[in-house]
Design a protein around this ligand. Structure first.
Ligand code: AMP
Length: 193
């Protein structure tokens, strides 16, 4: 099964992608995690992406598409994957369609988590607080200034994907403010599982 998680920053895409990954036995592919790992390793791609990410802006389509192209070609992704944080632009969505066509596969569903903007700031601030309390590194972009930029990028560049996938008959929307378990249940129902 090949699935995309769609939604604004702080909507819970990562949390739900990880739960679905476990339930379905397919990997969660987070472009944010891939870029943060590249930045931590100090690869040229990672170093270039680090500043852009800290500001809350989007990394270039070429860089992100190349990461995804390589990742979905790995053996563990052969039977499916859950994309978390990709695509984020129409160019990326079209690039993904092409990658899948070359591989002779198609997408099964695009799962949108709907969360109003008012709730997102709270979520991002608690994520930073929880990471700090657990002694984990706090994401450089989990702060009100970067969130404003990330939301703006979401509205301008990512939200148009809803129409793109609605037209393709793939968009399924779930209320992202429900309790975590109920969201997972609803997503599994949307996937007819
Ligand atoms: P995330 O962990 O999904 O919130 O992503 C964190 C940051 O990584 C984003 O704000 C972007 O700077 C970058 N990023 C992740 N995925 C993408 C993508 N598909 N396209 C462009 N930039 C991305």
């Amino acid at each position: 099964m090949r699935v995309i998680m769609l939604g604004p920053p702080g909507a819970g895409k990562g949390t739900q992608a990880s739960r679905l990954s476990e339930r379905l036995g397919i990997p969660q592919l987070s472009t944010g995690d891939m870029l943060r790992a590249a930045a931590a390793k100090g690869t040229p791609v990672g170093l270039a992406a680090r500043e852009v990410m800290a500001r809350g802006e989007l990394v270039s389509d070429e860089v992100v598409m190349e990461c995804v192209r390589e990742r979905i070609a790995e053996p563990d992704a052969a039977t499916g994957f859950i994309l978390d944080g990709f695509p984020r632009t129409i160019t990326q969505a079209m690039g993904l369609d092409e990658m899948l066509a070359v591989a002779g596969t198609v997408l099964d569903a695009v799962l949108e988590l709907r969360v109003g903007e008012a709730a997102l700031l709270d979520r991002v601030i608690s994520r930073a607080r929880e990471a700090k309390a657990a002694g984990q590194p706090v994401r450089a972009d989990d702060n009100p200034e970067a969130l404003k930029v990330r939301l703006d990028a979401y509205r301008r560049q990512t939200e148009p994907l809803k129409d793109y996938y609605r037209l393709a008959g793939l968009l399924r929307t779930v209320d992202g403010l429900l309790p975590i378990d109920r969201i997972t249940t609803r997503l599994l129902i949307e996937l007819q599982l």
